[in-house]
Write a protein that binds this ligand. Structure first.
Ligand SMILES: [Zn+2]
Length: 108
């Protein structure tokens, strides 16, 4: 079910603190059904000074995007610019392409 969203797509967040925001899919974890969206779900982690092998890890606050569940995002159609459900249409060669359920545009 997670193959309706792919790396590089623009998505809109539909729940949580970041609801209504949009971002680009940076990474997809298909098995976990989670995605990383640029600028969304930023978490701060306090890094203690420590040594990892020969490298000295600098102390401070690290900010990074945490994965969010794929059910919390919807694809934004590049044509109609609205968040949309995704349909699949089989082509003549047997491959499936994604289509916007609002305007019918092929997204792939
Ligand atoms: Zn559309």
């Amino acid at each position: 079910m997670s193959n309706h969203i792919k790396k590089g797509n623009t998505v809109e967040i539909i729940s949580g603190n970041d609801r209504g925001l949009r971002g680009t899919v940076q990474w997809v974890y298909p098995k976990k059904e989670r995605v990383i969206i640029s600028g969304i779900n930023i978490v701060k982690k306090h890094q203690r000074p420590m040594r990892a092998g020969r490298t000295q890890v600098q102390p401070g606050v690290i900010e990074f995007e945490a994965p969010i569940h794929i059910s919390n995002v919807m694809l934004v159609c590049p044509r109609c610019n609205q968040r949309t459900r995704v349909g699949f249409v089989q082509q003549e060669d047997g491959s499936k392409v994604r289509v916007c359920k609002r305007c019918g545009e092929v997204i792939d």
